[in-house]
Design a protein around this ligand. Structure first.
Ligand SMILES: Cc1ncc(COP(=O)(O)O)c(C=O)c1O
Length: 402
């Protein structure tokens, strides 16, 4: 038996989770169309990455590398953790430095918490729709999904409560992106935040709050993070959206007994963070990040505005969307029962791509008329041309259906 055969026959059941990548599926569709504009990429703007500042910071990080190239700092570089403690005050969070661990991005935080909490078949709550990357992790731990219904004010807490009563399910964990969510751009309304925490407290559900977009608001500051009200919440933050994703520097906060377990789980995953990258981020962010975040807010606000103007101008009147108050995404709806997957096949011919909404649900979604448009990574001119192409494709598509 050769290696491929052995892997095929003997691989773990959980490896099913790795058989296909939703990201590459979308990219494959538009690859054959040169000059396409792709609204599927939710990456930060290249123009918003402070390359020069990072170059200088890296020089400083390497200057004290001697002695810092050993294993170490399981919970991360302490001056950076202290800086994170101060940064979280902007999201209303007061958290002792002992409760902060620097991670390889918030994605690693999702993985470590899953490792600690999820046995195969355990019910966990996710928003419907939710972040694909989180599902990739939860799938690997063989979670059983309970999908919380959402509207433009975030999770409908009363409906979730009723659903848990009806089904008798006792989820261990809820994963939520309550502020400028990926994929919808929606934020959980302030009064629902309290009710969600109350529901989780009553039912003994651990809250995992992922907050990569909370600082990227356009008009009004969003409500404080869930962690601001409840220190039992596990909070994930990241420098991926405010500095650069490839550095892989983010963090999690957790109360002391959990933190001890998470540190050990981390040791089994990657031993420690990248000590030079942590120092680079520290030097780059010191005395710089507040002003930089101000600047990138206006970059993303202009991109959002151009996308919304393009949709207003070019889309048929029976397609809808909400104005996101921050973050990277617009969530749009075709008329009921029309398929966004089918629209995508039509749109790629017109030279524009996006991500169909069905990919953001754990089970095949009943509401397959939704789709995600991301404005974060594209210059204004491309957003304009892309929305025009998308509008034309959508007009043609809807006409063909009726
Ligand atoms: C909701 C959400 N969580 C986590 C991540 C991954 O972030 P990081 O680069 O910090 O791992 C993303 C990236 O798009 C995201 O949208």
């Amino acid at each position: 038996m050769n290696t491929t055969q052995r892997v095929q026959i003997r691989k773990a059941a959980r490896s099913r989770a790795f058989e296909s990548s939703p990201w590459s599926e979308a990219v494959d569709l538009i690859r054959d169309q040169p000059g396409s504009i792709y609204f599927g990429n939710g990456a930060p703007a290249i123009e918003a990455q402070p390359v020069e500042r990072l170059r200088e910071a890296a020089v400083r990080a390497w200057a004290d590398a001697a002695g810092n190239l050993e294993y170490g700092e399981l919970e991360g570089y302490t001056p950076l953790r202290e800086m994170i403690v101060k940064r979280m005050i902007l999201r209303g969070i007061e958290c002792p430095v002992d409760e902060v661990m620097v991670t390889h991005g918030s994605q690693q935080g999702i993985d470590l918490v899953s490792k600690l909490m999820i046995d195969p078949g355990d019910p966990i709550i996710v928003e419907g729709p939710t972040y694909i990357g989180a599902m990739q992790t939860f799938d690997a731990y063989e979670a059983h999904y309970v999908t919380a219904p959402m509207d433009s004010d975030g999770i409908n807490v009363d409906a979730l409560d009723a659903m848990l009563d009806e089904t008798g399910l006792e989820p261990k964990l809820i994963y939520t992106v309550p502020t400028f969510q990926n994929p919808t751009g929606y934020s959980l309304a302030a009064n629902r935040r309290e009710r969600l925490l109350d529901l989780c407290g009553r039912r003994g559900i651990l809250v995992l709050e992922d907050d990569p977009y909370g600082e990227i608001y356009f008009e009004q500051q969003p409500p404080p993070a869930l962690r601001a009200t409840d220190p039992a919440v596990i909070y994930l933050g990241t420098f991926s959206k405010t500095i650069a994703p490839s550095l892989r520097v983010g963090w999690l906060t957790a109360p002391p007994p959990l933190m001890e377990l998470l540190k050990m789980a981390r040791e089994g995953a990657d031993i420690n963070g990248n000590r030079i990258a942590m120092r680079t981020v520290f030097h780059a962010a010191s005395g710089f990040l507040d002003g930089h975040v101000e600047e990138i807010r206006s970059v993303y606000r202009a991109r959002r505005d151009t996308m919304i103007e393009g949709l207003n101008e070019f889309m048929p009147p029976n397609v809808s969307w909400c104005l996101p108050g921050g973050g990277f995404f617009v969530w749009a709806q075709l008329p009921d029962r029309m398929s966004a997957n089918a629209l995508l096949r039509r749109a790629v011919v017109n030279g524009v791509g996006f991500l169909p909404g069905s990919w953001f649900y754990p089970a095949p979604a009943a509401r397959c008329n939704e789709f995600r448009l991301s404005y974060s990574s594209l210059p204004l001119a491309e957003i304009e041309v892309g929305t025009r192409r998308l509008g034309q494709a959508t007009h043609e598509f809807i006409e063909m259906q009726s």
